[in-house]
Design a protein around this ligand. Structure first.
Ligand code: BYC
Length: 477
């Protein structure tokens, strides 16, 4: 473990770290703690492996994705901001038209810190959630992909810690330490947001997580990339370049599982889930239940449908809408309205609410549209072999714990039901102990021969960075 940091070499950066003594001191203190956290909570038993990883070395098109074999503790977690835009302004809210802030505006300090801490907290949380999965990987290709996701989530933590150290002084440093102290699922000191305290017990859960939950990351980062606080906007813009691969891993991972199941069902002409399971692949109703779970807990991550926090983040110019700058309206929203859904007299009813206070809901709706397109692509694997089954997104009121639907029982079709009805159907809609045990039993060991894939997943069509799927992506030494 290193206790001093060679800034030019060990931490690739475009923030002039070599000349910023205060920032250097803060990182000097934090970096060994980060490595301690990585050894304790990062991917299990992976220290000595050489992994074919992409490392960001600069923000230039030819520098942000350099591929080579790296031991993960030696991965160069860098600090990068997307290139500045000249004369950038605050593009929304009451400060619209003013120059974008290069330092933290005093009146928004605590709100900004809270946004950055909440964003930062998710990054190490996901690494903790995925810690054990390398032990049961379905192939070296998949193992390399999860490790890639893990080191990049680590880098995204660095990105938020850079902002805390550089712009928030002592309380920023304290927050940066707390980011390494909270633990996913810990009763006494949990991660901030709900989904990041849920276990990710198997590879189907991992792919669902990277498809659904990393995509919340995309939409939240996109909103923060619109921020009038320019260092935050530029940091998030660069993070988004890496996020795309994580969602690719999720979408193709679930897609390959669906494809394999559909192929086995078609080959053996079976549809009964028990018979499908007997052939060592994951039956489609179980995949649907996992989908229902990950989609609904991710919808909660967008916050309450009606939120004064969201209104004030927007009005102050700290957090915009998805693709804010491209939207055609006044970017102030004091007169506009937006529909929200709620439970009234046992039914789901839409009502208009002020657009400012419904920005979480609007972002959630943007997200839902994109998610639906991915589910449609999964369904092509099923339709392609002529099976009648279709994966569907449950109603957005289903299984929600945050916002208007919290405390209500709503079925996947949007019917408001009683608690007893819910309890009677829960195991049809959400994965239960038996489902988890079945999926776990498929994933007992690691498939570690180049070119081999577990029975329950189809091989990918192509490999990584032009390498073939049977490339030795991880060397165990
Ligand atoms: N669980 O007004 P409300 C990613 C809290 S993912 C627990 O409803 P607001 C990634 C809320 O904090 C993207 N608590 O919501 C993905 C507040 O508490 P305080 C992460 C929740 O504030 C995969 C209270 O309830 N980034 O990057 O309008 C792998 C009332 O809040 C939850 C961000 O989220 C929940 N689900 O919006 C790796 C962006 N929801 O403060 C990484 C930054 C709400 O009153 N965060 N609460 O104690 C935000 O923009 C906002 O904090 C939220 C909530 C959208 C999360």
């Amino acid at each position: 473990m290193t206790s001093t940091v060679d800034y030019g070499d060990r931490i690739p950066n475009n923030v002039d770290l070599g000349r910023d003594r205060v920032l250097q001191r803060a990182l000097d203190h934090w970096q060994p703690q980060y490595m301690g956290w990585w050894y304790d909570m990062g991917p299990a038993e992976s220290r000595t492996y050489d992994v074919y990883l992409r490392t960001a070395m600069s923000v230039d098109p030819d520098g942000w994705a350099v591929f080579d074999f790296v031991k993960m503790p030696d991965y160069r977690w860098g600090i990068f901001l997307a290139a500045p835009e000249s004369d950038r302004q605050v593009n929304f809210g009451v400060n619209r038209g003013r120059p974008a802030w290069q330092e933290v505006p005093g009146e928004y300090r605590s709100a900004l810190r809270r946004l950055i801490v909440t964003q930062g907290d998710t990054e190490p949380a996901s690494v903790e959630q995925q810690r054990m999965l390398g032990m049961s990987c379905p192939s070296l290709y998949d193992l390399r992909n999860i490790y890639q996701v893990n080191v990049e989530e680590g880098r995204h933590l660095w990105a938020m810690v850079y902002l805390l150290h550089r712009y928030f002084g002592r309380d920023g440093r304290e927050e940066a330490e707390a980011l390494l102290e909270r633990r996913s699922g810990d009763e006494d000191n949990p991660r901030i947001l709900g989904a990041f305290n849920e276990p990710t017990p198997d590879w189907l859960a991992f792919y669902m997580f990277t498809f659904f939950t990393d995509r919340d990351g995309k939409f939240q980062l996109s909103s923060l990339a619109e921020s009038g606080f320019d260092p935050l906007a530029r940091t998030c813009r660069f993070m988004l370049t890496e996020e795309a691969h994580h969602m690719f891993v999720g979408e193709t991972g679930v897609g390959r599982i669906v494809q394999r199941t559909a192929e086995v069902m078609a080959e053996h002409r079976i549809e009964n889930p028990d018979q499908v399971r007997d052939l060592g692949v994951i039956d489609l109703p179980t995949i649907q239940r996992y989908l229902n779970f990950h989609y609904s807990v991710t919808l909660d991550l967008f916050g309450s449908d009606v939120s004064s926090n969201a209104a004030s983040f927007f009005t102050s110019g700290l957090k915009g809408r998805y693709r804010e700058a491209a939207l055609q309206d006044d970017h102030v929203l004091s007169e506009a309205s937006y529909p929200v859904c709620e439970v009234t007299e046992g039914k789901l009813v839409d009502r208009q609410a002020p657009a400012l206070s419904t920005l979480n809901e609007r972002l959630r709706d943007d997200y839902v549209r994109e998610v639906q397109a991915g589910v449609d692509r999964w369904n092509r694997h099923i339709a392609g072999v002529g099976l009648p089954f279709k994966l569907t997104l449950p109603h957005k009121a289903f299984h929600r714990s945050i916002g208007n639907f919290a405390g209500h029982h709503v079925g996947p079709d949007g019917a408001v039901i009683s608690k007893d009805q819910w309890n009677a159907s829960r195991s049809r809609w959400l994965p239960g102990e038996k489902d988890y045990a079945f999926v776990q039993a498929l994933m007992t060991g690691r498939v570690a021969e180049p070119g081999q894939f577990a029975n329950w997943i189809a091989p990918p069509r192509v490999g990584i960075n032009g390498r073939p799927p049977d490339f030795q992506y991880v060397r165990f030494n």
